[in-house]
Design a protein around this ligand. Structure first.
Ligand SMILES: [Zn+2]
Length: 280
């Protein structure tokens, strides 16, 4: 497979879910072997930070990257859209630290990228393959991620929040699943009981019922809009997982099986994968 980029720039305006700050983001085509690079056009010197695992610096409720003075926050939904549509090269200009949350999913990003079109470039795409299984575990949370050899890129997610409303849900992504239609529209979520503590931590200041599902245990969802899928939460966690795996900088010839994933274990698993690739 060849590397790809988008055919024309795409502009997104919105607010950050954690900062609540207004942001304009422009995703531009980029040359072969450029990778995915963020640029802060609001900072002196217009510093850049590449979407790669070594630049991860915060994983609390979203994935944030930093390189020198350039910080970008909540990268996972845009990166999932780029990664799963096979867009290898893009320059992302931001006039604020946090990416726009849009409707809490990747739907708008995917829609715009498909709208302008995706263009094949000349250079070959690189793949990450493993010879043996990699296992990452967090005994405290019970989270676990396994990366196994496979001929294609596969993701399989199971979530369990001990919630009567959400239950135990599972979602998977392989070539029979249409990412744009079946995964990208799935929204982020949080539990109503966590809203106050998260606000106290300075998080979710831009969160509302238009950009997140809110679960009021054991009653149900607080949103008026219907669920887009019965297992929308698991599908969203798959989206987050794929967005974090974009930070490997390569597409996968691996199967990633995640139980109770989150940004901390996701990025630890990507780190373990990249380390293994560098050691081999
Ligand atoms: Zn998310």
């Amino acid at each position: 497979m060849k590397q790809c980029t988008i055919k024309s720039p795409c502009v997104f305006k919105g607010k950050g879910i954690h900062s609540g700050k207004a942001v304009e983001m422009t995703v531009l085509p980029a040359p072969e072997n450029h990778g995915i690079v963020f640029q802060r056009i609001d900072l002196p010197g217009l510093p850049c930070v590449k979407a790669e695992i070594s630049n991860v610096y915060k994983v609390k409720r979203s994935t944030s990257l930093r390189y020198g003075k350039a910080k970008v926050r909540t990268t996972e939904h845009l990166l999932a859209a780029l990664f799963c549509l096979g867009i290898d090269n893009a320059l992302i200009r931001l006039d604020s630290e946090e990416l726009p949350i849009m409707d809490g999913s990747s739907a708008k990003f995917v829609e715009e990228f498909l709208n302008v079109g995706i263009m094949e470039q000349n250079a070959e795409r690189e793949y990450a393959a493993v010879c043996e299984k990699i296992v990452c575990e967090d005994p405290k949370s019970g989270s676990r991620i396994e990366i196994e050899p496979a001929d294609e890129e596969l993701f399989d997610v199971t979530i369990d929040f001990n919630s009567r409303v959400v239950g135990i849900q599972r979602a998977n992504l392989d070539k029979n699943v249409n990412f744009a239609e079946e995964i990208a529209p799935c929204r982020t979520f949080c539990f109503f009981k966590d809203v106050r503590p998260l606000l106290a931590l300075g998080l979710i200041k831009g969160g509302d019922l238009e950009n997140a599902l809110v679960i009021d245990e054991p009653k149900g969802y607080l949103n008026d809009t219907p669920l887009r899928f019965e297992n929308e939460c698991a599908r969203h966690k798959l989206l987050d997982l794929a967005g974090d795996f974009c930070l490997a900088g390569k597409h996968l010839k691996c199967k990633v099986t995640a139980y109770k994933p989150g940004h901390k274990i996701n990025t630890e698993a990507v780190m373990a994968l990249v380390k293994k690739l560098n050691d081999e």
